[in-house]
Write a protein of this length. Structure first.
Length: 188
């Protein structure tokens, strides 16, 4: 369950981004932020209470520069540091995506594959998801999952409730399910 604080911060950021017409830039900034903070070492540094706030600000400035984040994103992250909420950055990103998707009538589709898919394939998937959902826009997020063997899965809908599974693993599981070996006694 998301914390109400994460939800409040995400909503506040979305309102600011909408009012100055930077929603798209903000969501792309947040994807960069999520990548940076998914590093356990980075998160540990920023959540460590014994590290001086000024030192955290200095490192944050470097992250902002190297990731080319907007000034408002820098301000936002500094507020999270001041309020001791930087530990919730991942939840805030997730909540912001929900708010962003509502504001922009966007359907999020998570495409999981064994190897990265070509952008032309991702565009075809986006078009299909748009047709199926009637959404105005479709955002694709990609993930790599070697256990699929080959093919891909697409998860979309409310909190990823709908799944299209085009993976070889699923086909193999179905074949295994149809084969009934229960009569075969294993000879010891």
């Amino acid at each position: 369950m998301m914390s109400s604080a994460a939800s409040s911060y995400a909503s506040a950021l979305a309102d600011v981004a909408k009012s100055n017409d930077t929603l798209d830039a903000t969501i792309s900034d947040l994807e960069k932020v999520e990548r940076v903070f998914s590093d356990a070492g980075v998160l540990a540094f920023f959540t460590n209470p014994t590290i001086d706030v000024e030192k955290k600000r200095s490192v944050l400035d470097d992250i902002v520069k190297s990731s080319e984040l907007q000034p408002q994103m820098s301000n936002f992250l500094n507020i999270l540091i001041d309020m001791n909420r930087i530990d919730q950055v991942k939840e805030i990103v997730k909540e912001f995506e929900v708010v962003y998707n509502k504001m922009t009538e966007t359907e999020l589709a998570v495409v999981t594959s064994v190897v990265p898919l070509e952008s032309s394939h991702l565009a075809q998937i986006a078009t299909s998801v748009q047709r199926m959902t009637g959404a105005k826009n479709v955002r694709i997020k990609t993930a790599i999952e070697p256990s699929l063997i080959a093919g891909f899965t697409i998860r979309y809908g409310n909190s990823g409730s709908k799944l299209i599974d085009m993976s070889i693993k699923k086909q193999l599981d179905e074949i295994a399910g149809r084969l009934d070996f229960s009569e075969i006694a294993l000879v010891g």
